[in-house]
Design a protein around this ligand. Structure first.
Ligand SMILES: [Zn+2]
Length: 235
């Protein structure tokens, strides 16, 4: 993801997301009355993070939109500090709904001057849309919260054993990854994001079957593919 975020600020946001995950683990352990391993926290539930932050979390069919003049303006996520509510619209489907909720949590923690916000989920890769400055920051927070680098790397390496780049996928590996659909040269011809999507959605490799990374982390194929490229696991 091309974050146009000041590098110092990006470090702060990553640290904040990590702190939230540490607190979440403590919170979950207190509720469970016993130890919880980091991998057992997956998929990270924005609903739990909201509850931990004493926010009422709601999944709604429709989020009312009294503030926009245009009634057709779709609202996918909102929060309001006065009523301590964080809500997401169900129609996005589960993975996107979770990302939107994590994005709103990002605004809640990062944009302290904002008392309330209602917005449509806008894909950061869509360059046709002009986004407000805080949007990339909220996306970075959501990415770090839902797909923590260490956990993504741990599960990815457990599944695939090593990082892959365009030129080092052999015949056997290509067959296992795509069930014979793509040859090494066809995999090489893909963009790195497209290549990463093969790994994001793979249900087995090296003789083992497993739930795909998208399912383990509860995110879309696009979000996981970007993360694998960002972390240099697939290039
Ligand atoms: Zn936003």
């Amino acid at each position: 993801m091309a974050h146009k975020i000041d590098p110092v600020r990006a470090v702060e946001i990553r640290r904040l997301a990590k702190n939230v995950l540490v607190k979440l683990r403590e919170w979950l352990q207190a509720r469970a009355g016993g130890p919880i391993e980091p991998l057992e926290m997956l998929p990270i539930q924005p609903r739990d993070v909201a509850a931990m932050m004493k926010l009422k979390y709601q999944e709604l069919e429709e989020i009312p939109n009294p503030t926009f003049a245009c009634a057709n303006t779709r609202v996918d996520g909102m929060f309001d500090r006065d009523s301590s509510v964080l809500a997401v619209a169900e129609r996005q489907g589960l993975p996107r709904m979770r990302f939107t909720a994590a994005h709103e949590l990002g605004h809640f923690l990062l944009d302290l001057q904002l008392t309330s916000l209602r917005e449509a989920a806008i894909d950061s890769s869509d360059s046709r849309v002009l986004r407000m400055p805080g949007e990339d920051e909220a996306d970075l927070f959501a990415t770090e919260l839902l797909m923590p680098d260490k956990l993504v790397s741990a599960v990815y390496i457990e599944y695939f054993g090593r990082s892959f780049s365009a030129n080092d996928i052999n015949e056997d590996e290509a067959y296992q990854l795509t069930w014979g659909r793509l040859s090494p040269s066809e995999l090489r011809a893909l963009s790195s994001l497209q290549r990463a999507s093969v790994f994001a959605g793979a249900k087995g490799y090296g003789g083992s079957q497993f739930p795909p990374l998208t399912e383990v982390f509860g995110v879309s194929t696009k979000a996981m593919s970007r993360r694998l490229v960002e972390l240099n696991l697939v290039s």
